[in-house]
Design a protein. Structure first.
Length: 433
């Protein structure tokens, strides 16, 4: 997590101040439940809340205590006792450190999810706006990087919209996956803390009780969460690479907005490089990489160990902060993307009608020519375009075997661009409703 790729709202979720505040709320809510059950005095629970809510937890002091105790939760509880006074002896009754750490981690992931969902919503809004703007903007579709058949730029953006809609649904499911709370004590048996305490804490924090926690919340939940972030990152990279390809000099069908005063190269003043989408490609690689250690965290020894702990202290902040930044950057790129419809048309006709080969192939088969012979006839004329720069329509009109099956009018009919866009409205209705 570095400032260059961080936004303040997401960073704040992972700050020590936020973490200790959540720890306090977990402990204080547990005290409320214990008081209602008659395990601790109600006045003690009130005192813990009053003094803890008014306090500013001293991160430096907690760190100082931890250097001696070598235990972060004990260091926090010691500092809390300095604030609360004698009633602090009722804090953490029957609980274990994992109850605090795991519940806090899930609270942070839920809060991070809410920001990420809002980020995707902003990206979807930008994609929808630009998709309708270019719904009928004809461009060439490519397969293997080679001209295939016409499509529209709006359809390219509609595809991205549909993909990120799926990303949003997965993220909502991933948020639900980690929305659990564990206040079950050592090895998760509730031997020293009533299950009703867990139910109360979960309700107050907007979570639900973990059915079986074994002292730690099962890490398959977190593996699913970080894997979902990895899939979202891959979708970011897919759109980023599309934009990068479209910005290549010999293509130049779209490009990132180039701001006044912006510089593209320290050596070549003419350069306008796709630096934002290249950056997004790199950030996507990082977010994706965090899914592997999350999956490896699933297998812990017996009821628990802490091999997952160091991993999560890194990937929790880094994955969510990086993805938050990437989604916001991509939304801005889409919003400001400069589109060149005239270049699209020039590129589309660069090979002089070659893109209509399939229509001619189908017309020949419908005229009674076998598919094998039709393919041979069309391909031999298409190769002249590739190799000699010939005009595809003219070659077909001059081919006696083609003319034996198709009239000039029938051949020319197959070069109508509108044929390829007749179902754009149908696709848009499927995507946008």
């Amino acid at each position: 997590m570095i400032p260059r790729y961080s936004r303040p709202d997401m960073v704040a979720i992972w700050s020590p101040e936020t973490r200790f505040r959540i720890w306090f709320e977990i402990e204080a809510h547990a005290c409320d439940a214990l008081a209602e059950l008659g395990v601790i005095p109600k006045q003690a629970a009130r005192t813990i809340w009053e003094k803890g809510k008014a306090a500013t937890f001293d991160v430096a002091r907690i760190d100082e205590i931890e250097r001696e105790t070598r235990h972060d939760v004990i260091a926090f509880l010691t500092h809390l006792a300095e604030i609360v006074g004698p009633d602090a002896r009722f804090v953490h009754q029957g609980m274990t450190s994992s109850d605090v750490l795991d519940t806090c981690f899930n609270v942070q992931l839920v809060r991070a999810s809410d920001i990420l969902i809002a980020d995707i919503d902003a990206l979807l809004a930008a994609l929808k706006k630009r998709a309708f703007e270019h719904k009928d903007t004809i461009t060439i579709g490519r397969s293997h990087g080679i001209h295939a058949e016409p499509t529209t730029f709006g359809l390219k953006l509609a595809q991205a919209y549909a993909e990120f809609s799926r990303c949003r649904a997965r993220l909502v499911a991933a948020r639900d996956e980690v929305s659990t709370c564990a206040i079950s004590g050592a090895v998760g048996t509730f031997a020293n803390v009533d299950p009703r305490v867990e139910e109360h804490v979960a309700r107050k924090l907007g979570l639900r009780p973990e059915p079986v926690s074994t002292q730690v919340i099962p890490r398959d939940r977190h593996a699913m969460f970080f894997a979902t972030l990895g899939v979202i990152a891959s979708s970011i990279e897919r759109l980023a690479i599309e934009i990068r390809h479209l910005q290549r000099t010999e293509v130049l069908e779209a490009e990132e907005y180039f701001a006044p005063g912006q510089k593209g190269s320290s050596a070549m003043p003419h350069k306008r490089n796709p630096v934002l989408t290249e950056n997004l490609t790199g950030l996507a690689r990082m977010v994706r990489s965090f899914s592997i250690p999350a999956m490896e965290d699933v297998a812990l020894w017996h009821e628990r160990d802490i091999s997952h702990s160091s991993v999560e202290r890194m990937i929790g902040p880094d994955a969510t902060v990086t993805l938050d930044f990437a989604l916001a950057r991509l939304a801005d790129v889409v919003e400001k993307l400069v589109v060149y419809p005239d270049n699209m048309l020039r590129n589309l006709d660069r090979f002089r009608g070659l893109i209509h080969s399939q229509r001619v192939l189908l017309a020949l088969t419908q005229a009674g020519v076998s598919r094998e012979d039709a393919y041979r006839l069309v391909q031999r004329n298409a190769m002249k375009v590739w190799e000699k720069g010939a005009d595809f329509l003219e070659e077909l009109l001059a081919d006696k075997d083609v003319r034996a099956a198709l009239s000039e009018e029938r051949i020319r009919e197959n070069f109508d661009l509108g044929y390829h866009t007749k179902h754009v409205d149908t696709i848009f209705k499927r995507v946008f409703g």
